[in-house]
Design a protein around this ligand. Sequence first.
Ligand SMILES: [Mn+2]
Length: 462
Amino acid sequence: MFDQTVYCRRRAVLKDRLRNGLVLLPGNSQSPVNFADNPYPFRQDSSFLYYCGLNQPDCFLVIDIDNDRETLYGTEPSLNDIIWTGPVPSLGERAASAGIHATDSWNHLAVAIQAAGADRRPIHYLPAYRPDQLLILSGLMAVSTERINTGASLDFIRAVVDQRSVKTPDEITEIEFALGVSRNLFLTAMKHRKAENNAVSLAGHLEGIVKSAGCRFAFPPILTTRGEILHCQPDNQPFHSGALLLMDMGAESREGYASDVTRTVPMDGHFSPRQRAIYEIVLAAQKAVISQAKPGIRFMDLHLLAATTMCEGLRDIGLMRGAAEDAVQAGAHALFFPHGLGHMLGLDVHDMESLGEDNVGYDAETTRSVQFGLAALRLARRLEADFVVTVEPGIYFIPALIDQWRQEGRWSSFIAFDKLAPFRRFGGVRIEDVVHIKPEGGRILGPVIPKSVATVEAACTA
Ligand SMILES: [Mn+2]
């Protein structure tokens, strides 16, 4: 964890912002696989990590703003715990490492919350996303599990979003560490893609790299020669030779910071002319966006810039026609680019998504479009200095979508449907980097991972 002063400062900012009431911050519990003593790997709640850095299960932080008191609730290790798991720090020692001076038994938590409720003081909590959190909060607040999340505090959500959106140098260092591990993943995958030759084997090979670095995957990796299936699940079917291998993955640092990179590489080591043409269009869009990214610009406008750049490229190779701006305005580009340009990244790969995508990526000025494609954009609001976002345009050939639009005659003035037949087994290309928004512009974080046609081909044939 970071130095305790980091967490004290973050909590002080939160208290200033919320001004009064009781703040509830439950940590996560172990999640059983098939019985309680056989849990999934533990992952702490990201907001809990942000405000106190403690990475043990079954902790609950209560901040009493009115009385300026912070209390960590939990259970003292028993003799039995020590017999089975060895010496563990006491609750007080854990709290002290986060700059928290009071601790209390989990059994007293309900009483403290009920007392605040009886005094009609505001009780702030975030929406729960795990069933056990939902049950705990529901019990403590005496509100049904169906209604508990509707009572989540919007003031608290907004305060957390404002704080966590702006990354400090310590956090950037963590993200860059994760990206360093991710670079090893990509170089290894480029080298061993043929020897492993299916997603399950390749993922297993890569997981060893992540674990040896003391990390984990920030999300299940996507490794597929069917890139047009956006979240293709790994299987043991051989990769298609001659196809493009789309790899979207990232390590998570030991402190919980994510990384998220996508590269698309030729299985055979060299791009075919058709693959290269599409690849260069996506790359041009990604570079155009990164060169324009800076504080004050709306991410929605960067998404539209990516779409326009790709429509121009597709027009140049005969797959689209007409003015690119008109095609984008109509939404015709979404046949090839049906997802959003990117998202915030931090302690979560889709940072703070559990607080509600609209609370993170949209605001009073920028509301969500209902247009197919644009509606999937997770982040649209104006960027600010020290935001960290992904930039991940892509072009896909999705036969079911092409067939449906063609049948409906949808945007046939912009799309050359008769030229798409040779692309039905093309798959997709996506190129993604993590970008730090600095006052002077966007900076790609982490060490360089091969991206140009020449460097990708070199890494794939080394
Ligand atoms: Mn991403």
